[in-house]
Write a protein that binds this ligand. Structure first.
Ligand code: FE2
Length: 279
């Protein structure tokens, strides 16, 4: 680099330092401006959401890489850090965060359906009628979007990779997650069974629907909180860059094969429609 040679020749590094800090300042500002713009991405626009996550990861990664390069004490230390896996660890965190970000976003959609379901159960408790159409839409969203697709990702893919990195499926957060998914399915089955008669006014079916709806909402809200606050941060720390990349690809494959292209988005829309009716 010509400026570096000039600094050596003249004995003054001022010009080189100014050149570098100007380049860093421009680079950091433009990447963070892109990341901030992405924060307003429409929650239902999958492409915009992926772009926003990419912009966020890129900006943080860029700042981190520059900081690490600028604070390394010399070539020898840099090589040592890379050999020790320092660079790989930074990469893996960013990429594994991307895979758990997908799951966290789906949690936000599921929470919208839970709010709607809770209101349906409240209305049953208040003696009001249950709309069969609304109940069936909520239950289909929970069975297909939440269970088949989202829990499919969590049960088929995430544990496999985490087990290969030493996490146990028999105890701890993975065991809790798998057990609670089973409990959730029991409540959903009971609601599906009760829905037609409950919508028709049958008192026993109304009580069964309301009881399982309330229990499911409590179970799943707590379950989501545990995943967001315990399991996913552990996964983000444990997974390598290769694990993260493979997971993101397998998640996309599950969306295509389990529920089909574009169907995922339909359930997002239903979730918001269901909640909007209770505003
Ligand atoms: Fe989940």
């Amino acid at each position: 680099m010509a400026a570096a040679d000039k600094a050596l020749e003249t004995g003054s590094a001022d010009e080189l330092a100014a050149l570098l800090s100007d380049a860093v300042s421009k680079g950091v500002k433009s990447r963070f401006a892109e990341a901030r713009a992405g924060r307003g991405a429409d929650i239902d626009d999958v492409k915009a959401r992926r772009y926003a996550i990419h912009a966020y990861v890129t900006s943080v990664h860029y700042a981190e890489a520059i900081y690490n390069a600028a604070t390394a004490s010399g070539e020898h230390e840099g090589h040592q850090a890379e050999k020790a896996g320092g660079h790989d660890q930074r990469d893996s965190r960013s990429i594994s965060v991307r895979s758990t970000d997908d799951l966290k976003h789906e949690h936000r959609v599921i929470e919208v359906v839970l709010t709607a379901l809770d209101r349906m159960a409240d209305q049953l408790d208040e003696g009001k009628a249950l709309s069969r159409e609304r109940a069936e839409k909520a239950l289909e969203t929970l069975r297909v979007f939440a269970d088949k697709c989202h829990h499919g990702k969590e049960e088929q893919q995430l544990p496999k990779v985490l087990e290969s990195r030493g996490m146990s499926r028999e105890m701890g957060p993975l065991a809790v997650m798998l057990h609670e998914h089973g409990e959730g399915r029991t409540h959903v089955r009971a609601m599906v069974e009760a829905a037609p008669a409950a919508a028709g006014g049958d008192p026993k079916a109304r009580a069964q629907f309301a009881q399982h709806a309330h229990a499911y909402v409590v179970l799943l809200r707590g379950h989501i909180q545990k995943e967001d606050q315990v399991l996913f941060p552990m996964a983000e720390q444990t997974l390598t860059a290769e694990d993260g990349t493979a997971l993101v690809a397998r998640f996309e494959e599950i969306e295509r094969s389990e529920i089909g292209e574009g169907v995922h988005e339909r359930y997002h829309q239903w979730a918001h429609e269901l909640a909007a009716r209770f505003d």
